[in-house]
Design a protein around this ligand. Structure first.
Ligand code: ADP
Ligand code: MG
Length: 455
């Protein structure tokens, strides 16, 4: 059994829907996870945010989403005929009823937000998950019209989470138990189709798994079902050496370890949700990243150690970084000082990308969005604080200690006059991070890629 996940780019329009169904058709007993159709989640979140101040405009957006889905369905189903033993008219009506139903719920939620006058994280999640609720059930109906034995499964009955809205933590044992329903369907020859990204907490409130959460849903199911593989289908042929939108010469990486893929996601590659690898690694289930437009391309396989000993496997970058430097009032940092700094990180739930220290000070590279006055005040109680904003981080993933000298030599040869702000190398995690002014980020990424990854 394999879990196949199709992202927003694959759910774009009736043509990609057909393409995806052609791919699904080639599998024996697949489990299918889909994202919302392209742009929908973003639009839903925008409507939720708008509803508190302008219900009229928010509801116009809801109607836009409704009409877009109606059009997609019509475009898809109108070209199908009844030869598969399914009544297309009936399927069209079922689709329309579901769009009607979800739009009604959406408008009710937007109204609730308007009445409260502000957007709570609970309501935001309730709205955000509607994209997948729509796409998954409609896609399942279209699968039937296409001649597949698809059966829609509401993720709320499977993906149970805590109540950490916006970034909910899955309850693995409940998910394992609930997934039996999917095995049963599959054993009966059905193809379960479930929406990714959303789930439900113990009180029955809708939750979401965070940005790009459908990848995570897929690996949660893959692990719960002991799948043979988890396949992430997208619009590029695997994980590239660098973001192909920035680096023209980037190319797909054949194999990566779970850790390398996690590091990549953590350090800014927007291909996979960073938590995706955890459930898969636990059960040593390989993750494949493949392209719906080039299905014969082997793409990238992510699994246990790859045994490779390369110079560097991939590079990523992050924008909007601020460096906070705290200098101890004493000539040396004591452990009181250091533990104080880390306590502030803990108190404010800050995740740090890069840390360096000198004898008397510590520098932390943080996403700029995490910086606020209270946090800086708390740091000032420990020592003198300086901040430097408009920074970016370049991360080299999968380096090896043995080749480090060579790699760093090539990097600095590639960006000879760049005023680097910070450098860190973690031998254990095998990555190298360079912090530099944000305006030099893109050109530096391109120059380093050329030097290190030239084929
Ligand atoms: P999906 O809708 O399938 O989830 P995403 O937009 O989340 O797709 O991810 C695929 C996109 O990620 C690609 O179109 C590509 O432009 C972008 N991307 C950024 N960095 C990388 C990378 N290192 N490798 C591959 N794709 C990347
Ligand atoms: Mg994605």
């Amino acid at each position: 059994m394999r879990v196949l996940k199709f992202g927003g780019t694959s759910m774009g329009d009736e043509h990609t829907w057909r393409r995806v169904l052609e791919i699904i058709k080639t599998y024996d007993r697949p489990i299918v996870i889909v994202s919302a159709t392209a742009r929908t989640t973003r639009q839903l979140v925008a409507a939720a945010e708008l509803a508190a101040v302008d219900f009229g405009r928010a509801s116009t957006m809801a109607i836009e989403i409704k009409e877009r889905h109606e059009l997609l369905i019509r475009n898809f189903l109108d070209r199908m005929n009844d030869r598969n033993g399914n009544n297309i008219n009936e399927l069209t009506e079922q689709c329309e009823r579901w769009i009607e139903d979800r739009t009604k719920t959406l408008l009710q939620l937007l109204n609730e937000i308007a009445e409260e006058g502000n957007l709570t994280s609970r309501l935001k999640d309730a709205v955000a998950g509607i994209g997948e609720q729509l796409s998954s059930r409609l896609f399942s109906y279209c699968g039937s019209a296409f001649g597949l034995q698809t059966s829609w499964v509401d993720a709320r009955s499977i993906i149970k989470t805590d109540s950490n809205f916006g970034n909910a933590n899955p309850d693995l044992s409940l998910i394992a138990k609930n997934s039996e329903e999917l095995s049963l369907l599959s054993a009966q020859g059905m193809i379960p189709v479930m929406g990714g990204y959303y789930g439900e907490d113990s009180k029955g409130e809708a939750t979401t798994l965070g940005f790009e959460g459908s990848d995570f849903s897929a690996s949660l199911l893959g692990s719960a079902l002991d799948a043979e593989a988890i396949e992430i289908w997208t619009d590029v042929s695997g994980i590239y050496t660098c973001d192909p939108r920035i680096v023209e010469d980037a190319f797909p990486i054949k194999k990566m370890s779970f850790r390398e893929a996690t590091e990549m996601a953590y350090f800014g590659a927007k291909v996979l949700h960073p938590s995706t690898m955890n459930p898969a690694e636990e059960k040593q289930i390989p993750i494949l990243v493949k392209n719906i437009f080039e299905p014969d391309h082997s793409g990238t396989i992510i699994r246990g150690e790859t045994g490779e000993n390369g110079k560097a496997k991939a590079m990523t970058f992050l924008k909007d970084v601020t460096i906070v430097t705290v200098t101890s009032p004493h000539t040396r940092m004591g452990y009181d000082f250091l533990s104080g700094v880390f306590k502030v990180l803990k108190d404010y739930h800050l995740s740090v990308n890069v840390v360096t220290t000198t004898e008397a000070s510590i520098s932390l590279a943080l996403s700029s969005g995490q910086i606020h006055a209270d946090m800086i005040d708390s740091m000032e109680e420990l020592g003198e604080v300086q901040t430097k904003d408009k920074q970016g981080i370049i991360s080299l993933i999968g380096c090896n200690f043995e080749t480090m000298e060579e790699v760093s030599g090539q990097i600095f040869a590639a960006i000879p006059k760049t005023p680097v702000t910070m450098i860190s190398y973690s031998s254990e995690k095998k990555n190298l991070n360079i912090v530099l002014p944000e305006n030099l980020l893109t050109s530096s990424v391109q120059a380093i890629h050329k030097k290190l990854f030239d084929r």
